[in-house]
Design a binder for this molecule. Structure first.
Ligand code: SF4
Length: 217
């Protein structure tokens, strides 16, 4: 992928591309939905797929159509390959779900606005859940948040990939402002001390949970 292709990723057919519009916490407006329907029809995009990060991948776009698709979509570029925060996924939480005890959707959208595209040593994902059922996959994301009655539990170093790792709880009973401050601190420490392409899970294994907590709290 290169910048002149605006976030487009070459597919295994070596001819067509996929793009991922930026849809914070997986929330789509009516305008977004209309624009997506329009481009799928207009450019004969064969696959529209919901991703694990609560985003939509538009797959099978001809190279010459990429600029026009973005222009018609009028939605930002969702990052998918760069070394930065790719997405924040969030369950509906108190906005909708009867089990919710915290506003995971509101926090997820706010975190996306603050930290999206922040340059980091490796790709990075955040998962926010409005209660301990953890539908936001908080224990297998680089940073996870779980809503409890007394506030947010923060988890660091989860990963669901080739070497899965359950993240470690690094702080509890946090207010929203404390969550934002500690994430900022986690990301600054990670940026300064991790090797290039070292995911948060491997970084935490190398540094040690107690050392990490001392540095970020
Ligand atoms: S984690 Fe809790 S609040 Fe969120 S969707 Fe699941 S059950 Fe509902």
């Amino acid at each position: 992928m290169s910048e002149d292709l605006k976030g487009a990723i070459l597919q295994r057919d070596k001819k067509t591309y996929a793009i991922v519009p930026r849809t914070p916490a997986g929330v789509l407006s009516i305008e977004n939905l209309e624009a997506i329907t329009l481009v799928v029809k207009k450019y004969n995009i064969p696959i529209t797929k919901i991703t694990s990060g609560h985003r939509l991948a538009l797959v099978g776009i001809a190279k010459e159509d990429i600029d026009a698709v973005w222009s018609d979509l009028n939605i930002g570029i969702g990052r998918a390959t760069e070394l930065c925060l790719h997405y924040v996924q969030a369950c509906p939480g108190t906005a909708v779900c009867s089990f919710g005890v915290q506003d995971s959707l509101g926090l997820g959208m706010e975190l996306e606005q603050i930290f999206a595209e922040k340059t980091l040593p490796a790709k990075f994902k955040i998962g926010v859940s409005g209660c301990q059922f953890c539908c936001g996959e908080s224990f297998v994301r680089d940073i996870g948040l779980v809503g409890k009655k007394n506030g947010w539990k923060m988890i660091f170093g989860g990963n669901s990939g080739k070497k899965p790792r359950i993240g470690d709880v690094v702080a509890e009973d946090l207010s929203k402002d404390e969550v934002i401050r500690i994430i900022d601190s986690c990301l600054a420490y990670y940026l300064e001390n991790a090797k290039k392409k070292e995911r948060a899970s491997r970084f935490l294994d190398r540094i040690g949970v107690e050392e990490f907590k001392k540095a970020i709290l």
